[in-house]
Design a protein around this ligand. Structure first.
Ligand code: SAM
Ligand code: SF4
Length: 475
């Protein structure tokens, strides 16, 4: 019987010493100093085989400073991204339901003692209204976000919110996948999330460095590093197949964080046979009432940020990389090519923000990309990517291990490309502006022509079904 089936007691579900070993990280970083170009090129050649990289290789890539070698690293990342993900880019929107919070994360506007933020927990009617607005923009998947304190009904609030989101219909649209980013839960609570039909449970460790973690989390339950680090183990034990991890870049040395993140990935692979479905790469952004957010302790430059994305793509090739609207449009464009596979579009980070139409003093942090979903979609399509609203895998049970198998290059062509094309076609017909429709049609035609037969004809037939009025067509 595996560990997962044996179900160790909740609190000690994953002693963090088994997951993140700081001494080992420093040792590996030290060992990678002074590497030569030949060693870097050897690592890049191995990464091109799509089998991922181990810690010493990642440390070598993290230490590269020669512009020519950085360029070679970017070329390799582009190649890996293209071979595995093709040119599709999945779109989602965050839905902030509440900014109540009992923690003191010094970088976040929602922290308990921040009086500059007006507190608000949306009621179920308000959640339905926000959802309707997202559906009417054309969204099909959302990320439900909340601070770590719930209205009087407790955690049931989150469960009800998920039901509310799934119940909303507007015109021909609905939300087909709800991912969730809320505080760490018990196994029992994770089971409730699973029963509510969530897609991915997402949670960022923020920083894997113990000392920094203690310095930036100064009040509330979130001070417990181990409880947070063990959350994904508990989620998987509860039957949630798709988990998403991440680091809040800017709090500590990004090289350390990358290696720690890799240790977390390898821990999940060892223990459960499958790694995280996604890795998120938020960077610290200005937030109302936070000096730390205005002056990140260890800022990450744009060039370093691109290196982070490229190294992650090479190190964990089959894992999705998520970029949010925290980043400005230019950087977003550049990182698509390097490995990003999911982006948010048309986002608001304050509860009720879609109805209000703008950010305000309830917002969590400043959004760097203020464009509407239609603008983002047009831009993505004009760059030659296929904006995808696909939610097929999760609804067909292709999650966890099965998804990872599918993510292998030959397989992707059978499902993801057709589904991306067909959901994009649905978007163009139901929601796009004339300008976006024009650009989108060309992108679809080109993508269809690039598919091998008999897949091309099969996908064309799916597109025709959508044109004739059918919706939610997928394979
Ligand atoms: N309260 C839950 C938690 O902390 O895990 C979930 C919601 S929290 C709003 C989601 C994420 O927002 C955090 O994990 C953190 O990484 C990110 N965040 C907080 N402050 C931020 C800032 N100033 N800039 C960018 N991201 C930030
Ligand atoms: Fe609360 Fe999460 Fe913000 Fe921390 S990051 S203050 S837990 S909402």
């Amino acid at each position: 019987m595996s560990d997962a089936q044996a179900g160790p007691p909740e609190r000690s579900a994953s002693p963090d010493a088994d997951i993140v070993n700081e001494a080992e990280i420093w040792r590996v970083l030290e060992g990678a100093r002074g590497h030569d170009a030949a060693r870097v090129r050897e690592v890049l050649a191995r990464a091109r085989e799509l089998r991922g990289l181990e810690a010493p290789d990642v440390a070598v890539l993290a230490g590269v400073s020669d512009p020519e070698l950085i360029h070679e690293m970017f070329v390799a990342a582009r190649e890996v991204k293209e071979r595995i993900y093709g040119r599709r880019l999945v779109l989602f929107a965050p839905l902030y339901i509440s900014n109540l919070c009992s923690n003191e994360c010094l970088y976040c506007a929602f922290r308990a003692r921040n009086v500059a933020v007006r507190r608000r927990a949306l009621n179920q009617d308000e959640i339905a209204r926000e959802t309707r607005l997202l559906v009417e923009q054309g969204h099909k998947r959302i990320l439900l976000v909340a601070g770590e304190a719930y209205p009087s009904e407790g955690f049931a609030y989150v469960r009800k919110a998920i039901d509310t989101v799934y119940s909303v219909r507007s015109g021909r649209g609905e939300i087909r996948r709800v991912n969730v980013n809320v505080a760490p839960l018990t196994v029992e609570e994770f089971r409730e999330l699973k029963a509510a039909g969530i897609g991915t449970f997402q949670l960022f460790q923020e920083t894997y460095h113990h000392g920094t973690y203690a310095r930036v989390h100064v009040g509330g339950k979130k001070r417990d590093y181990d409880w947070r680090l063990g959350a994904m183990d508990r989620a998987i034990q509860a039957g949630i197949d798709d988990v998403g991890i991440g680091v809040l870049f800017g709090l500590f040395d990004w090289r350390f964080e990358l290696l720690a993140l890799l240790q977390h990935v390898r821990h999940l692979e060892r223990r459960f046979g499958v790694g995280p479905h996604t890795v998120s790469v938020p960077r610290l952004e200005p937030a109302v009432g936070s000096d730390m957010a205005a002056h990140p302790p260890q800022p990450v430059s744009d060039v370093e940020f691109r290196r982070i994305v490229a190294i992650l793509r090479l190190a964990v090739p089959y894992t999705g990389i998520i970029l949010s609207t925290r980043e400005n449009p230019n950087l977003r464009r550049e990182t698509f090519a390097l490995g990003v596979s999911q982006i948010s579009g048309g986002s608001r980070t304050n509860p009720g923000g879609y109805a209000q139409g703008e950010e305000d003093e309830e917002a969590q942090f400043s959004v760097g990309d203020h464009r509407s979903l239609d603008d983002v979609v047009r831009d993505v399509a004009a760059l030659g990517y296929i904006p995808s609203f696909c939610t097929a895998c999760y609804r067909l049970g292709r999650t966890g291990q099965e998804f990872m198998e599918l993510a292998k290059p030959g397989e992707i062509k059978r499902h993801c490309d057709p589904n991306a094309i067909v959901t994009f076609q649905e978007y163009l017909l139901d929601y796009a502006s004339p300008a976006t429709r024009e650009v989108g049609r060309r992108t679809i035609e080109q993508a269809l022509n690039e598919l091998p037969e008999p897949l091309r004809s099969a996908t064309r037939r799916m597109v025709e079904r959508v044109e004739q009025g059918e919706r939610d067509v997928f394979c």
